[in-house]
Design a binder for this molecule. Structure first.
Ligand SMILES: *Cc1c(COP(=O)(O)O)cnc(C)c1O
Length: 455
């Protein structure tokens, strides 16, 4: 779990603080639900990764490309860009975000199985560092577009090494059955094709085996397979500049879980790369931001029952999808430790009309209606996966830095949610079953006229 009592999350006089700010004060200032990130935690996580790389001669020229999809708030991208990272993007939208946040295009790698013509064009115009190519057809398309622009596209192939990352099946990406990458036994032939295409520049070899990986052994297995490929490429005169080992290093979501130290994951890989003239690229996501965030929610109702007790809170699966999607576990703690309230076992649920709308099941909490709950380790794949299901505006995002709180995304307004919707022409409207009263018809017409003006 996001360990309580770290430098950025601690209880003082029984009240949970992020850095120097008490969560009840943040709730008063900004309302709930809201996503809160610790600036200090974000910096510390990135620094630890950078230090582990820099400490090893084989990592000294390495580059961290933060995986934008994990949490793409501009303030986080801007912080990381200022600290020297590059970015791993999976869409043209993410490229625009990175550039808007002040990121350098020449530190951007572009992954993803479905890059469109427009996305490839935009990335070539921006002069990104490398395309991580995921199919033969994509390779041909990139070559063709680069040709029309008079450019040579930097490419690596995303190789699928067929290793089992021992994680949830939805986030295992390096197995033979996954849609991602090029099977390792087909990679050599495709590299030879790439080397012959006139508008491509073969830059590297890439893989990404999965996410929330807690046992580093599969990384080594993947690296061994990639090194065999690299040697075969070299024999054919295809020399690459970089090796991209993707992201995936996990975090401890539960109190009884432990995640490997960054150095325990990296040092063996760097040892193995010692003496090879390769620049190492890593694409961490979750590990940099996951533990730096929490979701602050308020209990609306306690609903005791014979089979289950429910704590209905104002955050829901539209704010935090991971429990519903993966059966994921997030620690949930009361913001204020209260005496005199009996603890009970609750399912913590949201207001959405789905039985899958839960944030945590069977949690022991001493709480009353109106109390605040902190749902921990929500910096990764939480806001990024949020939706407007049930016409719920997305929550606000706050970055805490010492004793200051900065709003880094406004709370959405309900009107924002239907601002892009339009009504079709009136003639398409079926006749109502009964005549509305003149007054009702008049009101409806006024409403419709104003919607039509907007569109
Ligand atoms: C999602 C993704 C990452 C980041 O994964 P984490 O598990 O969050 O570290 C890195 N590279 C690629 C290609 C990805 O799709």
């Amino acid at each position: 779990m996001m360990p309580l009592d770290t430098s950025f999350l601690a209880r003082r006089q029984g009240i949970l603080h992020v850095e120097d700010l008490a969560l009840p004060e943040l709730a008063l200032m900004f309302g709930t639900p809201c996503h809160i990130y610790s600036h200090a935690a974000l910096c510390a996580n990135l620094r630890a990764f950078q230090a582990a790389l820099a400490a090893h001669p084989a990592g000294a020229r390495g580059l961290i490309c933060y995986a934008v999809k994990v949490n793409s708030n501009l303030a986080i991208l801007n912080l990381f860009a200022r600290m020297g990272t590059g970015f791993d993007i999976v869409s043209g939208g993410e490229l625009e975000r990175v550039l808007a946040a002040g990121g350098d295009a020449d530190k951007v790698v572009f992954s993803g199985v479905g890059k469109s013509h427009a996305e490839i064009h935009a990335a070539l115009m921006a002069d990104i560092l490398c395309f991580n190519v995921e199919s033969a057809a994509e390779l041909e398309r990139i070559n063709e577009i680069a040709g029309t622009l008079g450019k040579r596209a930097p490419i690596s192939l995303r190789v699928n090494p067929d290793v089992d990352p021992q994680t949830h099946p939805y986030i295992a990406t390096g197995l033979k059955i996954a849609k991602f990458g090029i099977p390792i036994d087909a990679a050599l032939a495709l590299y030879e094709r790439a080397a012959r295409l006139p508008h491509l520049h073969v830059r590297g070899v890439d893989c990404h085996i999965g996410s929330q990986i807690l046992n580093p052994a599969p990384y080594m297995e993947a690296l061994e397979r990639l090194l065999v490929l690299l040697d075969a490429l070299e024999k054919r005169g295809i020399c690459v500049e970089h090796l991209d080992l993707g992201g995936g290093l996990g975090i401890a979501y539960r109190q009884d879980e432990t995640a490997p130290e960054i150095s325990a994951y990296l040092a063996p890989l760097l040892d193995r790369l010692q003496g090879r003239n390769l620049k190492l690229i890593l694409e961490p996501g979750r590990r940099l931001v996951g533990q730096a965030g929490l979701l602050l929610a308020r209990v609306e109702y306690l609903k005791p029952g014979k089979a289950r007790n429910f704590a209905v809170v104002d955050a829901a699966m539209n704010d935090l999808l991971r429990p519903a999607l993966y059966g994921a576990w997030h620690e949930i703690v009361a913001v204020e430790q209260k005496t005199g309230i009996p603890a009970a076992i609750y399912d913590v649920v949201g207001p959405i009309c789905e039985s899958g709308d839960f944030l945590g099941k069977e949690r022991e909490l001493a709480i009353a209606s109106g109390d605040l709950l902190a749902i921990l380790s929500t910096g990764a794949y939480v806001m990024a996966m949020s939706s407007n299901y049930n016409t719920r505006p997305r929550a606000m995002e706050i970055m805490v830095q010492g004793g200051e709180a900065h709003m880094i995304r406004q709370r959405e307004k309900t009107a924002d949610l239907y601002a892009l919707e339009c009504l079709p022409p009136m003639r398409a409207t079926p006749a109502p079953p009964a005549e509305p009263t003149a007054e009702m018809a008049n009101e409806t017409d006024k409403g419709i006229a104003s919607r039509k003006q907007m569109c």
